[in-house]
Design a protein around this ligand. Structure first.
Ligand code: SF4
Ligand code: SF4
Length: 300
């Protein structure tokens, strides 16, 4: 595998929620988890894929004619993508007269990403910012992450790694010398529920958290606050205990939202959390206060 090539789906400049200061967030594609509440469903598969906006589609069929892999069919007068045949070549995107199709994800080399990141060097300097690698799960591309972080540090750029922690423990040894801060997602302390909601158990994640916290790299535990899934008193209590056990005091609650539903539709994926509302400010404040009463520093 070429370590200087990675699959990314976005680079966001002027980000202020992914670590200190003003940052550029690089979103890597591919994730071993499939969280029910995932707000970036386009990040889950590790290759480029098509988003199809049916509200713009006039069923003209030009994409169907343009596809070299016969991955598009007409079905009951509708245009349907056979996703397992799609090679992500983008021919259909160019052929569509209505901008109803979008190719998400591309391969980039380290130098190209670095060039983009370096554009805001002055902002980083003045705000204490830098680059954040997010996703998806960045550690699903450990070779690329290693190369990119190394380059950033050679160029004196502050680095943050936003991770769900689900990676073989030896992968950490290759990247951590180039990481200045970790944002660690901790979703559900009960491993059976974790598996039910994300597709994987949590043991490896907890082992990663223990390993990372023992190294003295600044770390924030981020808990997605999902009504009915992660927001129980028990899960908050267990998360607080675990944070204290591994010596991490900074907790950030990430409130649920459903702004991503449209992306699920465009990817032909099912949004399974219909009917769930974002948590109230009051409920979040109570949860925050419970963490803080235990000597932790919780925000949302
Ligand atoms: S991206 Fe390429 S393979 Fe996939 S549907 Fe479009 S034209 Fe066909
Ligand atoms: S080319 Fe665009 S508008 Fe025409 S059928 Fe395909 S997606 Fe729809």
């Amino acid at each position: 595998m070429n370590a200087s090539l990675g699959t990314i789906f976005d680079i966001q400049r002027y980000s202020i929620h992914d670590g200190p200061g003003i940052r550029t967030t690089v979103f890597l594609k591919g994730c071993p988890l499939k969280c029910l509440w995932c707000s970036n469903p386009e990040s889950q598969i590790n290759r480029p894929e098509i988003m199809h906006d049916t509200s713009r589609c006039t069923h003209c069929g030009r994409c169907l004619e343009a596809c070299p892999y016969n991955a598009i069919e007409r079905c009951d007068d509708k245009i349907k993508l056979v996703r397992n045949l799609c090679q992500g070549c983008g021919e259909c995107v160019s052929a569509c007269p209505n901008e109803a199709r979008q190719l998400v994800g591309r391969q980039e080399d380290v130098e190209a990403v670095l060039k983009e990141v370096e554009k805001d060097g002055l902002f980083y300097k003045n705000s204490g910012g830098g680059v954040t690698l997010s996703g998806g799960e960045p550690m699903s591309q450990p070779d690329f992450v290693h190369s990119l972080l190394k380059k950033c540090k050679e160029n004196r750029i502050h680095t943050v790694l936003d991770t769900c922690g689900y990676t073989q423990l030896e992968n950490w040894d290759r990247v951590l010398e180039y990481v200045d801060m970790i944002l660690f997602d901790l979703k559900q302390m009960n491993t059976a529920k974790h598996k039910e909601y994300t597709g994987v158990p949590n043991e490896l994640i907890l082992s990663s958290a223990k390993k990372l916290s023992s190294l003295g790299i600044p770390m924030v535990i981020r808990i997605p606050f999902i009504p009915g899934y992660t927001d129980s008193h028990k899960n908050m209590e267990d998360s607080a205990c675990f944070a204290k056990e591994i010596g991490i005091s900074r907790i950030e609650l990430l409130p649920f939202h459903s702004l991503c539903i449209n992306k699920y539709n465009k990817l032909d994926k099912e949004w399974k959390l219909n009917g769930i509302s974002p948590p109230s400010e009051e409920f979040l404040e109570k949860a925050r206060d419970r963490f803080n009463a235990q000597g932790l520093n919780c925000t949302f």
